[in-house]
Ligand binder design. Sequence first.
Ligand SMILES: C[S@@+](CC[C@H](N)C(=O)[O-])C[C@H]1O[C@@H](n2cnc3c(N)ncnc32)[C@H](O)[C@@H]1O
Length: 237
Amino acid sequence: MRPTTGNKAERIFWAGVIAGLLIYWLLSRSRLDPDRIAKAGYNLIAPFYDSALEVFGGLDEVRRTMVERLELEADDQVLEVCVGTGANLPYIAQRIGPTGKIYGIDISEGMLAQAKKKLPAIPCPVELREGYAQALPYPDDYFDAVMNLGAMNFITDRRKAIDEMVRVAKPGARIAFCDETLAPDGNLRSILSRLVLMLVPRLRPPIDLVPEPGARLSYVANGLMYIVDWRKSFAVV
Ligand SMILES: C[S@@+](CC[C@H](N)C(=O)[O-])C[C@H]1O[C@@H](n2cnc3c(N)ncnc32)[C@H](O)[C@@H]1O
């Protein structure tokens, strides 16, 4: 994910993202279920995931920015979809305090096992469960904030996953998702970015899939990641 240790790390990062998307593209054309492959893949890499991310700086800036976008308050109930190894839990807990609660869901039991190891250090209740982003096992209008970091590009049915984030959020709740991209920045890289985005559509920020008005697109990590965030509408009666 986000490289912070110079050009070499940046090259490794992009080789990883492009290899991942190539594998995804090949799988999407096979008879295999990409979600099952993602589950198996993440189960395999789960024990090494946190140390691998450290090479790229651990995404500290991205995690802080995402959690800021949620505008959390004490006592909030927050859902992280695709919670992985729980790297965002400390950032969320710091904002909601001991009387708030975090819910995390992920397809990979291996990633969740790593997240469970972090729970003794998290100063608020956390409920982790296995499940799919496309079929969240939570009631309508339930959470004060909903986030998803680092998974949207690979989810098979992204529209359904975004719809689900909206469904389980309370009216007025903040919702945000974030993943890799290449931001246009007005120079040569802009041309290259557009070319890569054309060839690899999965790297385009899927803001068009947000079913509500008011979604905002911004870039972090030197334009290597996008954030889409908005506030869930109040129902029109
Ligand atoms: C790159 S990791 C990001 C983990 C964490 N959010 C973070 O910020 O470090 C992506 C996570 O998404 C999970 N995932 C992928 N597809 C999923 C799906 N369809 N439903 C639920 N989780 C999924 C993977 O198991 C993995 O833990």
